[in-house]
Design a protein around this ligand. Structure first.
Ligand SMILES: [Zn+2]
Ligand SMILES: [Zn+2]
Length: 146
């Protein structure tokens, strides 16, 4: 059975729905996600860019590196979306029903993991430079998808 997927920011100005279920849900421990989320890690559900539709408002984007941008709500500050320029994927962590989407992908950015933030699952762990999506997004041979 297909489960409805939706999400949005704290003040509810920005809301989205997904056409389909997340491709996977992963956890990123990199320093940039720690700063952007104000936490020890960030949980991301992955969708194709065309799968995620904003139904209310739009995020403001911060270009966090040459290859990636992060969208957030300008009113309440909630981090909404992360995407690489050259990958057909968007990552969101503000789902309305996160209890339905337990991480089933990988742990990323493991080089910056806070030692007391103990991982209790058996999902694969990658350093940022070993992350297949980061490698694909960093490759200059890659076709840019807007
Ligand atoms: Zn908001
Ligand atoms: Zn990260």
């Amino acid at each position: 059975m297909l489960r409805k997927v939706s999400g949005g920011c704290l003040c509810k100005k920005i809301q989205y729905k997904a056409l389909g279920e997340p491709k996977w849900v992963s956890v990123c421990h990199c320093r940039m996600c720690q700063k952007a989320y104000g936490n020890t890690s960030a949980i991301f559900a992955a969708f194709s860019k065309g799968q995620l539709q904003f139904t209310s408002g739009l995020p403001k984007y911060f270009q966090s590196s040459d290859i990636a941008k992060r969208g957030f709500c300008i009113d309440c500050g909630s981090p909404i979306v992360f995407s690489y320029k050259s990958l057909d994927a968007v990552f969101v962590g503000t789902l309305d029903d996160p209890e339905n989407w337990q991480p089933n992908g990988v742990h990323l950015g493991i080089e910056s993991k806070i030692p007391w933030d103990v991982i209790h699952d058996k999902l694969p762990q990658y350093r940022t430079e070993e992350d297949p999506e980061f490698i694909a997004a960093s490759s200059s041979d890659n076709t840019v998808i807007k």
